[in-house]
Write a protein that binds this ligand. Structure first.
Ligand code: SIN
Length: 490
């Protein structure tokens, strides 16, 4: 197979189990649709428990050899995978746009972003150190070594169909774990393409297995892993209710869990902020992937002294954003993922307006473009009673809440069960110190809207989950510590 492929060459429709492409045991399939048009792009395997079990069987057989492979050999495979992803960045970017809807520039950007995790963990594979514990007793040596946790089940969302699965598979393989995975039913094609490139890179049979399943069949398929004592870890990115379900169901076999869940991120603009920088930072963080991002600001708190001015500055920039299908080279915002998403956005805006919010920009569906488009929207006079204050909208809506003082801003920002990302803009160095300590979140953006990086720990607190992805901390979730105590040395 050539290493540089066209989009059609990257499309796979079957499960990947034990190094082979196989149809679902039931023979069933389901359609993947283009959110821009509603057209079916391809039919993929609709897996059940039997397929999930076959994937876990393959991962169990492959585990001992992969665990015992030299770290530099595991690293070499990951580096080849990274290089293949980079060589195919354009085709992968187009595939992401096709099934997820984000503009091509963002789709290609996601490929580079996902690839950066693969490279990072390829390098980290050779740096998994243990400790020699200072001697406590004569004749006794104590050491701590790190070893892979075992089989990892990776369950990933539709909003970043490449980056989210790459940043779970790469550390798992680097640590010496084998993987069974299931991508979201809306966007399985990118994950299958990524696995195709992993196969091409020389990932041995059984080390990486991927099954796809429709919304109806995903729960029983994943349940097979949750109740399988050979599966030692679940890594999941998605909603908090599903994260809680996974934690409950896997409790029986006490699996290690990494849960990257919902956000409801606050974004605070103080009177002393550089307002141009705050508008630019808000646009970058809010409208990435059309607002369909866990770290997307959901509640924007603006201090009274700059409230109206900030609203006007923001509304001008938001009204100029180009909403168009991913195929339009000037598109900045594409369609939302599906009808459920667009209905929730419309419900949140309607509820806010009914409770007194004023629309400064947008505020309507764009049906002329296709079924799933919504105009980027700025709402003034948002209040905590509105649905968009307590639920993540996951769309291009910016509600502006007014506040008077710092303590009120911190209290409002933290008044949520979630704690993934938070942002604030201020030029007062003492305030920066106070607020960055006061916000309850795993990630804090200070005068910065673009936070994600393979070198940084990504993850939340409270009901946004636990575990970290990326950075030197990101491997720990895939490792366990073995303490060796050797006696009779004197
Ligand atoms: C998300 O999980 O939605 C965001 C991921 C990222 O920003 O890397």
């Amino acid at each position: 197979m050539a290493s540089k492929l066209e989009l059609n060459d990257l499309i796979r429709r079957d499960n990947f189990i034990d190094g082979k492409w196989v149809a679902a045991a039931s023979g069933k399939r389901f359609g993947v649709t283009n959110p821009a048009t509603g057209e079916v792009i391809a039919d993929v395997a609709d897996s059940s428990e039997a397929d999930a079990r076959a994937a876990a069987d393959a991962a169990a057989r492959a585990f001992p050899a992969w665990r015992d492979a030299l770290p530099r050999d595991r690293a070499a495979v990951l580096h080849r995978w990274h290089d293949l992803i980079m060589e195919n960045a354009n085709a992968l970017g187009r595939l992401i746009s096709l099934e997820q809807g984000k503009p091509f520039a963002e789709g290609r950007g996601e490929v580079l972003y996902g690839a950066s995790y693969v490279k990072w963990f390829a390098d980290e594979a050779t740096r998994i150190y243990g400790d020699i514990i200072p001697q406590q007793q004569r004749g006794k040596r104590m050491t701590a070594v790190k070893e892979p946790v075992g089989i990892v089940a990776a369950i990933t969302p539709w909003n970043f169909p490449l980056a989210m699965i790459a940043r779970k598979i790469a550390p798992a393989l680097a640590a010496g774990c084998t993987v069974v995975g299931k991508p979201a039913e809306d966007t399985p094609l990118t994950a299958l393409a990524l696995v195709l490139l992993a196969q091409e890179a020389g990932v041995p049979p059984g080390v990486l297995n991927l099954i796809t399943a429709s919304r109806e069949n995903a729960v029983p398929a994943v349940a097979a892993w949750l109740h399988d004592s050979r599966v030692r870890k679940i890594t999941f990115t998605g909603s908090t209710p599903v994260g809680k379900y996974l934690a409950r169901e896997s409790a029986e076999t006490l699996k290690k869990l990494s849960l990257e869940l919902g956000g409801n991120a606050p974004f605070i603009v103080f009177d002393d902020a550089d307002l141009d920088a705050a508008v630019t930072g808000l646009l970058a963080s809010k409208f990435r992937n059309g607002g369909q991002t866990c770290v997307s600001p959901n509640r924007v708190y603006v201090q009274s002294g700059v409230y109206e001015k900030f609203g006007d500055m923001l509304a001008k920039r938001v009204a100029a954003l180009k909403v168009a299908p991913a195929t339009d080279p000037d598109a900045q915002i594409g369609p939302m993922i599906n009808a459920r998403a667009i209905d929730k956005i419309a419900r949140h805006v309607d509820d806010a307006v009914a409770q007194g919010a004023r629309i400064l920009a947008g505020g309507k569906r764009l049906d002329a473009l296709g079924p799933n488009y919504y105009a980027p929207t700025v709402l003034l006079d948002a209040t905590p009673q509105m649905q968009l204050s307590c639920e993540e909208t996951f769309g291009p809506i910016v509600p502006l809440f007014r506040f008077d003082d710092e303590a009120e801003a911190i209290r409002s920002a933290n008044d949520t069960p979630f704690g993934l990302a938070s942002y604030f803009y201020s030029q007062d160095i003492r305030r920066i110190d106070r607020v960055s300590r006061g916000l309850e979140a795993g990630i804090v953006g200070i005068n910065e809207g673009a936070l994600a990086s393979e070198a940084a720990p990504f993850g939340g607190v409270k009901e946004s989950g636990y575990g970290r992805e990326g950075s030197k901390y990101g491997l720990d979730d895939y490792l366990s510590i073995r303490y060796l105590c050797q006696g009779c040395l004197e």
